[in-house]
Design a binder for this molecule. Structure first.
Ligand code: 26A
Length: 347
């Protein structure tokens, strides 16, 4: 790889510790959870964390969707390529997160709030589904002040691409907008993940405000459908939705927008602004028995894809890198990547 400067990719979102266990229907029912979903915890959910730890042999695993993506991109890129921002506490959970990121070679710059616990996400695995229930804690207190701190803002200015997890719309839309505008001003790619159906449903306004700045928008089929529904697109056809996303009004006209929709084992759909033809990229399936769990599969895809974008690879190859990393991740426990490291090779 050619010489490059450090921390070319800057990511922002919510650092969380995943409390993950294999569960069952009864557990989902007890907390009124769907088998495959991501939600913010309500009071009725708050006992689930202790329940998972005490009764389901839960494991503590570094999570937070964009933090998983950042670790994933760093997995592929040269040392010191990725830096991640978000809010955390000053506690045992934050120490676990810092340790996991350090091992992955990911630089983290948390806004630390010592009075508030680090965010946690209860993850219930049933078959190939995962149900996630998040209490954001300190992650909910990320603010513009941190982003604008001179040492942090220097990282923003230095970076060549930005990745924001859509889950951050529940936390600090102004920070997202700062990165989005910086990207457009300096003609750097701004990559956004749709994150979960509830973002398009319940955080539509801040999502839409950022839309003109998306150079790449990444989501899965259920997120695409939720977007289509909340925006009255009148279709459930993933290709049509991808096209609509790609052709929304755009601030930086120097880059054509690319919309990427993953669909599990079904082909990845890619629509490019102004192009009629939608591309399809079949995934390389692995035998079902090799799948550990799908928690973090989408984040891993985004990590591989971002690594490709930052490294100046073609769109085809960037999608392939995303699919490659997702395939590695679903064979691990939770949103993790295999060590010793495997090396991506172009096909
Ligand atoms: C605001 N919410 C709900 C969230 C999340 C989240 N990351 C940030 N914000 N809810 C779940 N996750 C993370 O998603 C990963 C899998 O895609 C989990 O921590 C998990 O690691």
């Amino acid at each position: 790889m050619a010489a490059h400067k450090d921390y070319r990719l800057l990511c922002l979102e919510n650092p969380l510790l995943d409390i993950q266990a294999f569960g069952n229907e009864d557990l989902l029912k007890k907390y009124d959870l769907k088998a495959n979903d991501a939600i913010l915890a309500e009071p009725k959910h708050l006992d689930i964390y202790e329940d998972l730890l005490n009764n389901y042999d839960a494991k503590l695993i570094a999570g937070g969707a964009a933090q998983n993506t950042a670790r994933g991109a760093q997995y592929i890129l040269p040392d010191n390529s990725v830096v991640y921002l978000g809010g955390a506490g000053d506690d045992k959970y934050a120490a676990i997160l810092r340790d996991a990121c350090k091992q992955a070679g990911l630089r983290v710059e948390y806004r630390v709030d010592p009075k508030i616990p680090t965010g946690r996400c209860g993850v219930v695995i049933t078959g190939h589904n995962r149900s996630m229930c998040t209490e954001l804690g300190a992650a909910n207190h990320y603010d513009l002040e941190h982003l604008k701190r001179p040492d942090i803002w220097a990282l923003v200015e230095n970076a060549e691409a930005y990745y924001v997890g859509g889950y951050h719309f529940t936390v600090c839309p102004p920070a997202i907008m700062e990165l989005a505008k910086q990207a457009a001003e300096k003609n750097k790619p701004f990559i956004l993940s749709l994150s979960a159906p509830f973002i398009a449903q319940f955080f539509k306004d801040p999502l839409d405000e950022s839309a003109p700045y998306w150079d790449y928008v990444i989501g899965n089929e259920t997120e695409a459908e939720a977007y289509a529904e909340s925006h009255g697109l009148g279709t459930k056809d993933v290709k049509e939705i991808a096209k609509a996303l790609a052709n929304l009004p755009k601030a930086n006209s120097q880059r054509k927008r690319v919309a990427v929709i993953t669909q599990g084992t079904e082909p990845t759909i890619v629509a490019i602004q102004g192009e009629d033809q939608v591309k399809e990229f079949p995934v390389h399936e692995i035998p079902k028995e090799k799948i550990n769990d799908t928690n973090g599969a989408g984040d891993a895809f985004a990590g591989g894809f971002c690594a490709g974008v930052v490294d100046g690879r073609s769109l085809e190859e960037s999608v392939d890198m995303g699919q490659w990393l997702a395939r590695l991740s679903i064979q691990e426990l939770g949103p993790s990547y295999p060590f010793p490291k495997q090396t991506y090779t172009s096909r």
